[in-house]
Design a protein around this ligand. Sequence first.
Ligand code: CO
Length: 501
Amino acid sequence: MNTTFSEFQQKLVDIAQLKSAMAALNWDKDVFMPPKGSGPRAAMLSYLAGELHEKVVSREFLDLLRESKAAADSGALSEGESAIVREVWRDVSREEKLPVEFVKELAQVTSEAYLVWVDARQKKEFTLFAPYLKKIVALKRREADLVGFKQSPYDALIDTFEPYATTEEIAAVLGDLRNFLTPFLAKIRNSKANVRREAIAGDFDVEKQKVFCALVAKKIGYDFDAGRLDVSAHPFSTSFHPQDSRITTRYNPKEIIESISGVVHETGHALYEQGLPAKQFGTPLAEAVSHGIHESQSRLWENLVGRSSAFWTYFYPLLRNEFPAAFGNVSLETFYRAINAVEPSFIRVEADEVTYNLHVILRFEIERAMIEGDIAVDELPRIWNSKMKEFLMLDVPDDSLGVLQDVHWSFGGIGYFPTYSLGNLYSAQFFATARRAIPALDEEMARGEFGSLLKWLRENIHVHGKFYSAQDLAKRATGEKLNSKYFSEYITRKYSEIYEL
Ligand code: CO
């Protein structure tokens, strides 16, 4: 092995150790830390962030990167090593284009903006948040100029979340998706089929929910010797290493599908992390490709598996046994329809599979126009509300149920939203391909066997880390570039049956 490269790789591992230590402290902060720990914890994390920054900008590290880049360019490195250099080079080049004062200003503005957003949302008053959002949009436009872009400044922002993707490509697939969803949703709304979400209401003991959710996570392949399931205010997943990937959820004593779906979603993220190659720890070959691909793994398990009739053929009898008062008189068919009820609603994170992407497309259109300078921040509530009317036929009653509902803009995460829909599209495309490769998939799932599906995902997605770009990975795994056809077909087939269309 090239000695420069092996020194470089060791530095990457050192950096990753620090990042994992910070992730472990952050996980503890959200799961176990007592309230008085918050000050000292912030100091701890800020100290480590400083150490991390110094390592990344150190002369030694940057020299090793440059020498490794030269080795890769001259053909002296293996394909895997070259991919590592390519990805680190990409990240560092972007960082180097941002002056320190700019980075500090953005950090300062977004940390203030987060608190203002929390307050504004609580008071349902967009005008409180607007001055901060104006600053953030101006900074993000400047970031795009500093980083550079070919067509749209929005390209430069998407790039942080979905490397190599462009505004134009995303606009094309989301445009196709919108053209499918709008008329399909209208058909569902006109359906007379008896699909009632209330059929699954009841009281659900939280301790029993915990046991059931853990059983589901284990059954679909989550390795509890390489992870934990805990409780937090907002469900999330985090990973310190492929051998330690954590998930959390929350429990509502009046609702059970929320916690099961939440756990299956986060398990999907964690299965990806547990499937990354441990021996490449610290390098991009042990990192997820993109936000879109990460979300494809969570949505595949949450929706294509976890809301399917095959999945519930196995799990429903077990659920009914645990909660006879709620489900004793509810048939599998009624239950299956209830958990798949389609109902336009204000809040994205509570949306069903059919309407969810319309929430995302709305945000994509708005933030793209904001960054391209076509709409002003003050106009957002009006534009948001008129799009909600157009897409979902809803009248938004106040800003907390509208433009203020998501945290993303407050932390400067402009360009993040489209990755949620890319995740849905990738998930359907992957699942359709896996189904062709595993003809008995439905029968297997109905017996509670998920191993061959997980194996397919491991071999085709997880094991590659960042070796391929998201686009190339999808093409390699499915034979086609990302498109909305598989998702549209999946939704049409499933919901035509449920809604008797
Ligand atoms: Co997710």
